[in-house]
Design a protein around this ligand. Structure first.
Ligand SMILES: [Zn+2]
Length: 323
């Protein structure tokens, strides 16, 4: 993903999506209960970390590479292993790009009251932010940018298999988020763009109540303020999530203030009318935005912080079992 260019892109999109998404912020108010959290299944940061390491072990998951295909097969098999009722492999051959595959694991599929949890599983083909220009044409491991969100959601899938929440959960791993080019805003989030153009939501079945995107959720000492597009366009859900964090000792990790604006997989969802929230690191002290490893060769497993994965995973767990 990349930081949004406001002058070129941001304001118009905000106006467009706020018209359709704000009226759908129908989340039930959160009512904290001291007994509820005791009944939650325990999110394992160790498992999430090993899910990240496993993805990285395939090699960079650049679309059209062998590592990408092998990792995709593994993701589908993991969703099935954790008890998804169905795993839909949505393949497409995009003009000017080539083949992509999105994976949708559906849990408790008969329940019309649903949440959509998503992360991108592809990795960036070029380390174009690396401090060494010699590395700019090399692919990145994408341990944080890609594997971290997927790693947390696979652990969430395991928990759902252990104890089903009251809502139905769809877990979506989208392809081709991170092959974008500077100055071409639509070249990012291609997998999600395709998903919303062909989804059953709003056609043969109800829209999910909201969507939650995890992106770059494994950085050292990461902080997750409210992402700006999410905050403007899905504020009731953002309020709920950041309040829940504060009530459960996660206020330092999730500062309740607005951070950066990001062109990411939540934007096509917002435009399609699904309230969508992006949990993403946008206020690293060294950069004022993303983690310093972003789109560099340092986005590797050594720079993944298990505690960050654990805090994000605990918040997602609290959220889905509070619905
Ligand atoms: Zn990226």
């Amino acid at each position: 993903m990349k930081k949004a260019q406001f002058a070129f892109y941001g304001i118009f999109s905000l106006l467009m999506v706020s018209a359709c998404a704000c009226s759908k912020g129908t989340a039930k108010p959160h009512s904290p209960s001291p007994t509820r959290s005791e009944a939650l299944p325990a999110f394992s940061a160790d498992s999430a970390f090993s899910n990240v390491a496993r993805q990285v072990s395939f090699g960079p998951r650049v679309p059209r590479s062998e590592a990408h295909e092998a990792c995709g097969r593994w993701l589908a098999s993991e969703l099935k292993r954790y008890g998804a009722d169905t795993v839909i492999e949505q393949t497409a051959d995009l003009d000017g790009f080539g083949p992509i595959t999105n994976f949708l694991g559906r849990f408790n599929v008969e329940n019309p009251d649903r949440l959509l949890l998503l992360a991108h599983w592809d990795t960036r083909p070029t380390a174009d932010e690396d401090s060494n220009p010699a590395n700019h044409a090399l692919p990145i491991d994408g341990a944080n940018d890609g594997a971290s969100g997927v790693g947390v959601l696979l652990e969430i899938a395991r928990l759902i298999g252990e104890k089903a929440p009251s809502v139905g959960i769809d877990i979506l791993f989208v392809d081709a988020e991170d092959s974008g080019n500077e100055g071409d805003e639509d070249s990012w989030a291609r997998g999600t763009q395709y998903f919303v153009q062909h989804m059953a939501y709003g056609v043969t079945e109800p829209m999910p109540r909201y969507a939650l995107l995890l992106d770059m959720v494994g950085g050292n000492d990461a902080k997750f303020p409210r992402e700006m597009f999410s905050d403007v366009n899905a504020r009731p859900i953002v309020d709920k999530i950041w309040t829940l964090a504060g009530e459960n000792g996660l206020g330092k990790r999730f500062p309740n203030r607005v951070g950066g604006a990001v062109n990411d997989d939540h934007l096509p969802l917002l435009r399609s009318g699904i309230p969508a929230v992006d949990i993403i690191e946008t206020s690293h002290p060294a950069t004022g935005s993303f983690n310093p490893t972003w789109h560099t060769m340092l986005d590797n497993i050594e720079n993944i912080d298990k505690e960050t994965l654990g805090d994000v995973g605990r918040l997602v767990t609290l959220l889905i079992y509070s619905e």
